[in-house]
Design a protein around this ligand. Structure first.
Ligand code: NAG
Ligand code: NAG
Ligand code: NAG
Ligand code: NAG
Ligand code: NAG
Length: 328
């Protein structure tokens, strides 16, 4: 009798726990498959088949209302050795993928499963060992707004159709091995509004397309590449620009002729072949570096100019005045 009762209690508690389980069975199946594809890394040891993926699985977060997996974070594991898990395409409610500091995650970005994730807003694959080209994410991914593929080993040229992604606002491709030039299509992001375009530390080269004049970026970083020629189209008095970083390239244009936006805080043009004088309003910005260029003339006074030291200005053709030696 006692054993019967005991068995019944066990049965009941099982039924109760599976009834209260939040994890959608299809998502659980996909996650277990992902774990397998990642070769059962220790970081995923909490992913156990008989537990609730929405409650205690490390890096998994669900939408309470729908009981579906919305966020997946896998980070800081040097021993995770595998390719990117293809089963990720079977998590249809996923809004955020955050894969960070996984140096032994290798191979290319599998575009086919990722492009099935129509609700995806944020894709971060950063500081991994992944390589290959950056695919042209298809326009059907209409919720994607943050694409962070920084600090990997991606090569090849910039995908030209990204501008078709209607909500894309942040492109972070810095610190890879990308080559080629910026496609002229990059001037045509939706509403002329792409708040950040971060492409530093690659091997990009060539002239910037004139269409970039249409971009209204808050932060643009093209530093440490091999771009040449004119970059003045990045500037504009009625843009929302706060930061422009173009240091360590081969840019050659008259800085005196650009119009700074009223919102500008940071300008780093060091290590180029930039000439001319300082643009109007330069005294209003709070971080400046024009060193290692070919500029000439008197350094303006007033505003914030007194906070910049010698190494914001040195190695130019003939700049003079405080903090450099007086003009003759
Ligand atoms: C993982 O990658 C790091 C850095 O690339 C490397 O030094 C290390 O040997 C790798 N770990 C394993 C277990 O292979
Ligand atoms: C650039 O990426 C490499 C590995 O991909 C990483 O080791 C390094 O710290 C990154 N550098 C910066 C400045 O982020
Ligand atoms: C840039 O964006 C800001 C705010 O988002 C807006 O006020 C400004 O008019 C835009 N400028 C251009 C040139 O589109
Ligand atoms: C510099 O800032 C002051 C105070 O905010 C403003 O009145 C002035 O118009 C600015 N100058 C330029 C050229 O943007
Ligand atoms: C400006 O850039 C030069 C060259 O990259 C560097 O040596 C210098 O320290 C920088 N100045 C400041 C204030 O960061």
């Amino acid at each position: 009798m006692a054993t019967k009762l005991f068995l019944m209690l066990i049965l009941l508690s099982h039924v109760a726990s599976s009834l209260s389980e939040l994890c959608h069975p299809q998502d659980k199946m996909a996650l277990l498959q992902i774990k397998k594809e990642l070769n059962n890394p220790t970081i995923l040891s909490s992913w156990k088949p008989h537990t609730d993926c929405c409650k205690i699985w490390n890096g998994v977060n669900c939408f309470r209302s729908k009981n579906r997996v919305g966020y997946l974070t896998i980070s800081h594991d040097n021993n995770l050795r595998s390719k990117f898990p293809l089963s990720i395409g079977n998590l249809p409610y996923l809004e955020s993928i955050f894969f960070y500091h996984l140096p032994n995650l290798t191979g290319p970005i599998p575009i086919e499963p990722i492009s099935k994730l129509l609700k995806l807003k944020t894709l971060t694959i950063s500081s991994t060992g992944m390589s290959g080209t950056i695919p042209d994410f298809p326009a059907q991914m209409k919720n994607l707004f943050n694409l962070d593929l920084s600090s990997n080993h991606f090569s090849g040229s910039l995908p030209p159709s990204l501008f078709k992604l209607p909500k894309l606002e942040m492109i972070r491709f810095y610190n890879n091995s990308l080559t080629g030039s910026i496609p002229s299509s990059y001037g045509y992001f939706n509403k002329k509004n792409l708040p950040s375009l971060l492409l530093s530390d690659n091997q990009l080269y060539g002239k910037l397309p004139l269409s970039l004049a249409r971009l209204n970026t808050t932060v643009i970083d093209l530093s440490y590449n091999k771009f040449e020629g004119d970059a003045s189209m990045l500037f504009g008095s009625n843009k929302a620009t706060r930061e422009i970083h173009i240091s360590n390239n081969l840019f050659k244009f008259d800085l005196g002729k650009v119009e700074l936006s009223k919102t500008m805080t940071t300008l780093d043009v060091s290590h180029n072949q930039i000439y001319g004088k300082f643009p109007m309003g330069i005294e209003n910005i709070s971080w400046l570096n024009v060193s290692y260029n070919r500029m000439c003339g008197k350094i303006p006074k007033g505003g914030n100019m007194h906070i910049f030291g010698v190494n914001s200005f040195f190695h130019n053709r003939c700049l003079c005045g405080s903090p450099l030696p007086n003009c003759k």
